[in-house]
Design a protein around this ligand. Structure first.
Ligand code: ADE
Length: 311
């Protein structure tokens, strides 16, 4: 896998783009086209850098993945899955980090991604303790909209959590980290591998090691709860029994409509989770968008109107 020609790790549209934007002789991107300015963060097998494309001055987040580490941990598939998933999602949605180019050198793979300057949603929740109900409504609506797009492209994220929800200059979300992303074929059958983060793990993943689009909606329920309550709804694998038995409660003062929404997302049967049902069913994407919690959301201006102040 690692001996692949560079083109194998490049999105199909990038050739034309790199010709027009890039001054390098062979029309390909390389590390030399960027100034690496500062480290933005670290993942388990990668480091993200703020990089400036010298030809245009445009800044990006550049994910540098260590090839030796990939090989040692047999994670080549993870990097490839991440790339393939991002390529399938393309530039089709403002709420999903876009992959602009990929290239490699002897030691590393590089993914050039949209920069989200305001960091992780998790950091905001930690700093503020919890978020205002208007903020929660806005971020939840943006996640719903992005999930709708992602799922329509046959992609499930499988590790949706506030660490993977980034905020751009305008404090709009960009979902990232598709290393656990899954491409569904036309049937959309559930897939059998355990991935994800314990606090956001759905009952079907715990019990049958199975995940589908619905698992992303379970995670959404956990995230909405966390943004409002300022703590996890389930602590993780230690709460295995509680997850299976849906044993949780809302703190006093938890917004009533948000409670109703969370109850309709944290449903045991994946097919009856709001948002996850087939079009026309009472659990379809439209039913989710129409939930009373989102009554004041204008879905048409969701990505153009200013974000509410983060508080
Ligand atoms: N950290 C990880 N990915 C990032 C991105 N796309 N923008 C900013 N910081 C990040």
């Amino acid at each position: 896998e690692l001996g692949q020609p560079e083109d194998e790790l490049r999105p199909p549209q990038s050739r034309a783009q790199s010709k027009s934007r890039n001054s390098s002789v062979n029309g390909r991107m390389s590390v030399d086209d960027f100034e690496f300015k500062e480290e933005l963060g670290q993942g388990s097998y990668s480091t993200v850098w703020l990089g400036k494309l010298l030809a245009t001055g445009q800044e990006y987040a550049i994910k540098r993945i260590d090839k030796a580490h990939l090989k040692r941990h047999q994670k080549e598939q993870t990097a490839l899955a991440e790339k393939n998933t991002l390529v399938r999602l393309g530039s089709g949605h403002p709420g999903i980090v876009r992959l602009h180019w990929t290239f490699q050198d002897e030691w590393s793979l590089f993914f050039v991604l949209d920069l989200a300057r305001n960091g992780e949603l998790q950091t905001r929740i930690s700093r503020l303790g919890s978020l205002s109900i208007e903020c929660v409504r806005y971020y939840a609506a943006q996640v719903v909209d992005a999930l709708g797009y992602m799922h329509s492209k046959g992609v499930i994220h499988r590790d949706l959590k506030p660490e993977n929800i980034l905020l751009d200059d305008a404090f709009r979300i960009k979902i990232t980290d598709f290393g656990t992303g899954k491409l569904l074929d036309s049937g959309g059958e559930p897939t059998k591998t355990f991935v994800g983060t314990a606090q956001y793990v759905s009952p079907e993943l715990l019990e049958h090691n199975e995940s589908s689009k619905s698992s992303d909606f379970w995670a959404l329920g956990c995230i909405i709860y966390q943004m409002i309550a300022g703590r996890f709804v389930f602590r993780g694998l230690a709460d295995w029994q509680k997850i299976k038995q849906l044993e949780y409660s809302f703190p006093e003062g938890f917004d009533e409509q948000a409670q109703d929404l969370v109850r309709k997302l944290l449903v045991r049967d994946p097919d009856q989770r709001l948002g996850a049902g087939p079009p026309g069913s009472p659990y379809d994407m439209q039913a989710l968008r129409s939930h009373p919690f989102f009554a004041s959301i204008n879905w048409r201006t969701l990505w153009t109107a200013p974000a509410p102040p983060i508080e």
